[in-house]
Design a protein. Structure first.
Length: 64
Protein backbone atom coordinates (compact mmCIF):
# COMPACT_ATOMS: atom_id res chain seq x y z
CA UNK A 1 0.00 0.00 0.00
CA UNK A 2 1.45 3.34 -1.03
CA UNK A 3 1.74 6.60 0.84
CA UNK A 4 0.48 9.74 -0.91
CA UNK A 5 2.31 13.04 -0.43
CA UNK A 6 1.37 15.07 -3.50
CA UNK A 7 -1.10 17.97 -3.53
CA UNK A 8 -4.70 16.89 -4.24
CA UNK A 9 -4.09 13.16 -3.62
CA UNK A 10 -7.32 11.62 -2.32
CA UNK A 11 -8.40 8.71 -0.14
CA UNK A 12 -11.80 7.08 -0.62
CA UNK A 13 -13.34 4.50 1.69
CA UNK A 14 -16.26 3.75 3.99
CA UNK A 15 -14.16 4.51 7.09
CA UNK A 16 -11.05 6.71 7.19
CA UNK A 17 -9.12 7.30 10.43
CA UNK A 18 -7.32 10.65 10.66
CA UNK A 19 -4.85 12.14 13.12
CA UNK A 20 -3.51 15.70 13.22
CA UNK A 21 -2.17 18.25 15.64
CA UNK A 22 -4.84 20.81 14.68
CA UNK A 23 -8.39 20.18 13.45
CA UNK A 24 -10.69 23.04 12.47
CA UNK A 25 -14.44 23.24 13.11
CA UNK A 26 -16.86 21.12 11.11
CA UNK A 27 -18.32 22.85 8.08
CA UNK A 28 -21.52 21.78 6.31
CA UNK A 29 -21.17 21.38 2.54
CA UNK A 30 -23.57 20.50 -0.28
CA UNK A 31 -23.08 17.25 -2.15
CA UNK A 32 -26.02 16.90 -4.55
CA UNK A 33 -29.59 18.16 -4.39
CA UNK A 34 -30.82 18.01 -0.80
CA UNK A 35 -27.93 15.82 0.35
CA UNK A 36 -25.44 17.46 2.69
CA UNK A 37 -22.12 16.38 4.15
CA UNK A 38 -19.51 17.71 6.57
CA UNK A 39 -15.92 18.73 5.91
CA UNK A 40 -12.98 19.40 8.23
CA UNK A 41 -9.44 20.56 7.61
CA UNK A 42 -6.51 18.76 9.26
CA UNK A 43 -3.30 20.74 9.81
CA UNK A 44 0.24 20.13 11.08
CA UNK A 45 1.48 16.58 10.51
CA UNK A 46 -1.87 15.17 9.35
CA UNK A 47 -2.17 11.47 8.53
CA UNK A 48 -5.18 9.44 7.32
CA UNK A 49 -5.61 5.70 6.90
CA UNK A 50 -8.44 3.77 5.23
CA UNK A 51 -9.73 1.32 7.85
CA UNK A 52 -12.67 -0.02 5.79
CA UNK A 53 -12.53 0.00 1.97
CA UNK A 54 -15.59 1.17 0.09
CA UNK A 55 -17.76 -1.22 -1.90
CA UNK A 56 -19.06 1.60 -4.09
CA UNK A 57 -15.90 2.96 -5.72
CA UNK A 58 -14.56 1.26 -8.83
CA UNK A 59 -11.37 -0.77 -8.20
CA UNK A 60 -11.58 -0.05 -4.45
CA UNK A 61 -10.80 -3.63 -3.43
CA UNK A 62 -8.54 -4.53 -6.36
CA UNK A 63 -5.27 -4.20 -4.37
CA UNK A 64 -6.52 -6.32 -1.44
Amino acid sequence: MGTHFKNEDTLKGDTIKCEARKINKKKKIRKSGRHKAQAILLKDNAECTITKPSKHFKNANKNS
